[in-house]
Design a protein around this ligand. Structure first.
Ligand SMILES: Nc1ncnc2c1ncn2[C@@H]1O[C@H](COP(=O)(O)OP(=O)(O)O)[C@@H](O)[C@H]1O
Ligand SMILES: O=c1ccn([C@@H]2O[C@H](COP(=O)(O)OP(=O)(O)O)[C@@H](O)[C@H]2O)c(=O)[nH]1
Ligand SMILES: [Mg+2]
Length: 292
């Protein structure tokens, strides 16, 4: 039984093969470059797992996922689900800016004007809000929803926080669907009107897509088709995060085994399982007769 389960796990595609950007981009094919370097899957998955099990969320280096996509592509909806199923803190850049407006600060007035026009708030304001929210949340896994909006945002974040995101999830949605969703959002937002929506779509194409292209060239983008019901889309999202988590666990086992907690002369089921995982992770073909 354990062997059958292992076979199924090992035969599952790693996340980089099925969903990394560029390979199957439907709505933004012309923008996304093929990945120049493959996702460092073992490193990434190990990081994901070690952060997931770190002690009480005191890690200084959280796992960071940027969540990008056009206005109305479903970023916020999917982030809520990821946060609840995978234990991420959900930091929405737009929500942080709206809280600043609600606080009545001087900065809030400037932010309101910019949001009404569908433009991008100066990087120093947004990056500072995100940096503080990351510090306050003290979480070991963070979703940053709707940021960076442009290359300048990206560079300012990387300079201030001192690192890149670990992955970028990109929701790929056709424009007419995004417009339909935004006009039906009904949350009383000052920017959910057709005039601002048009401007936001232009800004998305001209300034946000280059950020996706940049991370795509770094092998970090996982593109998700954002058409379908929220639950259907979440199935694809769940696969991505589950794979990271499964592969991370295997990578940790591999390290333990290499460190001497398993030897070739021990032949109990756990050792066999680890040996098979090791072979697979080393890129060899696993003989798994119980599975197909
Ligand atoms: N898959 C979906 N199908 C139809 N409507 C959706 C879907 N996902 C989200 N929505 C709705 O579309 C609107 C925009 O979704 P939201 O998550 O706020 O997107 P974003 O954060 O990318 O702007 C919301 O009213 C939301 O309830
Ligand atoms: O990093 C960010 C995120 C948002 N915004 C502004 O806030 C608006 C709303 O952003 P949000 O992410 O809430 O919109 P969504 O894409 O989710 O509809 C954007 O159009 C921008 O004007 C910004 O300037 N920088
Ligand atoms: Mg949103």
């Amino acid at each position: 039984m354990w062997r059958r389960r292992l076979g199924a796990l090992l035969l599952r595609s790693p996340p980089s093969s099925s969903s990394t950007a560029a390979s199957s981009c439907q709505h933004h094919r012309r923008h996304l470059l093929p990945s120049e370097e493959p996702l460092a899957l073992n490193r990434l998955a190990r990081l994901f797992t070690s952060q997931a099990v770190s002690d009480g969320g005191n890690s200084q280096k959280p796992f960071i996922a940027f969540v990008l996509g056009g206005p109305g592509s479903g970023k916020g909806t999917q982030c809520t689900k990821i946060a609840s199923d995978f234990g991420f803190a959900h930091l929405s850049a737009g929500d942080l800016l709206r809280h600043e407006i609600a606080s009545g600060s001087e900065k809030g007035e400037l932010i309101l004007d910019i949001i009404k026009e569908g433009r991008i708030v100066p990087s120093e304001i947004t990056v500072e809000l995100i940096r503080k929210a990351m510090e306050t949340s003290n979480a070991n896994k963070v979703l940053i929803d709707g940021f960076p909006r442009c290359e300048e945002n990206r560079i300012a974040f990387e300079r201030t926080v001192g690192r890149e995101p670990d992955i970028v999830v990109f929701f790929d949605c056709p424009e007419d669907e995004m417009v339909k969703r935004l006009l039906g959002r009904n949350q009383g937002r000052v920017d959910d009107n057709i005039e601002t929506i048009k401007k936001r779509l232009e800004v998305f194409e001209s300034l946000n897509i280059p950020v996706v292209d940049y991370y795509s060239s770094r092998g970090k983008v996982h593109k998700i088709n954002a058409m379908g019901t929220a639950d259907e889309i979440f199935e694809a999202v769940r696969k991505l995060f589950s794979s990271l988590s499964d592969w991370g666990r295997l990578a940790v086992e591999k390290e333990k085994w290499r460190a001497g907690t398993g030897t070739a002369t021990q032949r109990n089921p756990t050792d066999l399982l680890i040996a098979e995982a090791l072979e697979f992770l080393d890129g060899k073909r696993v003989q798994s007769p119980d599975c197909e």
